[in-house]
Design a protein. Structure first.
Lengths: 299, 260
């Protein structure tokens, strides 16, 4: 996904207001952007607190700063700078976190971001964008260049099944029809789930939805139709339960007076065994792998 | 540009500002008066004789907001009746600089260690946009306990932000002791010099000394201003408790008498 991200930003490099800051990360990925941006590509060094405040100062100067790091380092270390300097002042700083969820796998817990968008979305005006596929990056980048809000972009690794015809980008997308439960997924792990479900018979498989922008403020009519028919909504995300998309969806359902018969979530559980491994390993430990999800849905 | 041209004129401005600062804090029953009095001369000099149309100022030691409001009042930018709303319900003059409502306030500050980075961002923004003007930032000395200050210093030096001047209000007292007792950094000026930053040490209550240090506007510059917490009110001077305490009526009357 970083390649698609870099390409999309290179295409924006002629925008003289665009400034890109990195916390000394992006080796073997962002070099084309560095070349394209020249003096507007700023390696701020290993100093995320300073980088975010500098970005706020740039945004106050009517520039369009993007600040990039590994996901936990862009939202957790400089959280107060995001809160005070960016969000209190409603500045359009774009925070980019690479490797959301368990993306950095066996690198260990310090490199994982299991509460990133939940924490950030408590802040005034903040919006979060979670692309699931490389194809989502360009439309998101276009949106992020137009927004006046502080935003968080959580990058991961695309797992789009071959030959799957991806619908045009929308914050809500229905990826599969199915007569089973309604399954709503956030982020790139939807790729593996899609791959697993695509060959199942429509009569048993879930109707699969993908949500890419948080926090949601309304439901698509078709989603509510699916939900009314299935009665069971399961929200799946590589994020902890508290402050996650599942809670946002539950809140919105209650607010709109729409209550499914059954509401469940599958979320990141942390480190149940105390052992470390790949992203796939951690997803499986949390029951976020396709087989565990199908089992949970009774398929 | 100069709102005062002689020392006598400055002393009149200083007296007026100090007296009103103490009155405003007394009437609102607010603390932090000591650190406001230590910063006041620097703020008066900066705003009356240095900062021009294209320049910007960031108050990193947000707890000196009162001194900034008083300075803006002396310039006619905050009306006098509004000073009596300081620290009270419905005011725009909050205890630390507000997000909205005062054009001279670029950023709401108060949590220490943010201002120099914000100022660096503004300075970098001006350079990228090839705009005129200089960024001024006032920090406290205790604030340099924050690691983010040093991050900002490294960044400003490395990116050659020669349109940035920062001033340290070095009153030697912080939240729960002297700077030496709490986290002895030795000489901040020497440390800035080791980073390769042009650094000048001045008497932070002497306007000619402050203004002389602010003259060169061509390099990244640090000014360490030796000041006194509670300056001007004898019972407050160099006393840590005046970082926090509001004044009693007797203390207010005594301070007013001394400052007048």
């Amino acid at each position: 996904m970083r390649k698609a991200f870099c390409e999309s930003l290179v295409n924006k490099s002629s925008n003289k207001d665009f400034v890109f800051l990195t916390g000394d990360l992006g080796f073997m990925a962002l070099e084309p952007l560095c070349t394209a941006m020249q003096d507007r590509f700023i390696n701020a060094g290993v100093s995320e607190q300073n980088m975010v405040s500098v970005a706020a100062g740039l945004a106050k100067s009517n520039l369009r700063p993007w600040a990039y790091s590994i996901a936990p380092f862009i939202y957790a270390r400089p959280f107060e700078q995001i809160r005070n300097d960016v969000c209190l002042h409603s500045l359009p700083v774009i925070l980019v976190g690479n490797g959301g969820g368990y993306g950095y796998g066996v690198m260990g817990a310090t490199h994982h971001a299991l509460e990133d968008y939940g924490a950030l979305l408590t802040l005034s005006g903040m919006r979060a964008f979670i692309p699931a596929f490389d194809e989502d990056i360009k439309p998101m980048v276009d949106t992020l260049f137009k927004t006046n809000n502080p935003c968080y972009l959580r990058l991961g690794v695309t797992e789009l099944p071959k030959c799957f015809q991806l619908p045009e980008y929308n914050s809500w997308r229905k990826l599969l029809d199915g007569d089973g439960p309604t399954l709503l997924v956030i982020g790139p792990l939807v790729g593996g789930i899609l791959q697993h479900l695509i060959n199942l018979d429509k009569s048993i498989r879930p109707n699969l939805w993908l949500l890419s922008e948080l926090a949601p403020t309304k439901f698509p009519d078709e989603f509510i139709c699916d939900l009314n028919r299935s009665g069971h909504l399961c929200v799946v995300e590589e994020h902890c339960s508290h402050g996650g998309a599942g809670q946002m969806i539950a809140y919105l359902l209650l607010k709109e007076g729409k209550q499914p018969t059954r509401f469940t979530t599958k979320t990141a559980l942390g480190y149940p065994s105390g052992k470390y491994g790949s992203q796939k390993y951690h997803r499986a430990e949390s029951g976020l792998d396709p087989i565990s999800i199908c089992k949970h849905l009774g398929i | 540009m100069l709102a005062y041209e002689t020392l006598d004129q400055y002393e009149a401005l200083q007296k007026k500002a100090r007296t009103m600062l103490v009155k405003m804090h007394y009437e609102s029953n607010a603390g932090h008066v000591g650190g406001n009095l230590s910063a006041l001369d620097i703020l008066l000099c900066l705003h009356h004789a240095v900062i021009e149309k294209d320049d910007l100022f960031v108050l990193s030691k947000g707890h000196a907001a009162g001194a900034l409001y008083i300075t803006l009042w002396t310039m006619g930018k905050i009306p006098e009746p509004e000073l009596s709303t300081f620290h009270k319900d419905g005011t725009r003059l909050s205890g630390h600089p507000p997000v909205h409502g005062i054009p001279e306030v670029q950023f709401a500050t108060g949590s220490l260690g943010h201002g120099l980075s914000l100022a660096a961002g503004l300075a970098l923004g001006k350079k990228l946009k090839q705009e005129k003007g200089r960024i001024y930032c006032l920090t406290s000395d205790g604030e340099w306990n924050e690691g983010s200050c040093w991050e900002a210093l490294i960044f400003a030096k490395h990116h050659k932000l020669d349109n940035l001047t920062f001033i340290v209000d070095s009153n030697g007292l912080q939240g729960f002791g002297t700077t030496k007792e709490v986290a002895d950094l030795g000489s901040l000026a020497e440390k800035f010099k080791i980073f390769g930053i042009e650094t000048i040490e001045v008497n932070g209550h002497d306007p000619s000394s402050i203004l002389s240090a602010l003259q060169n506007k061509t390099t990244l510059k640090a000014i360490v201003a030796k000041t006194m917490k509670g300056k001007g009110a004898s019972f407050m001077e160099n006393k840590m408790e005046w970082h926090y305490l509001p004044m009693t009526k007797d203390q207010f009357l005594q301070a007013t008498k001394e400052l007048s």
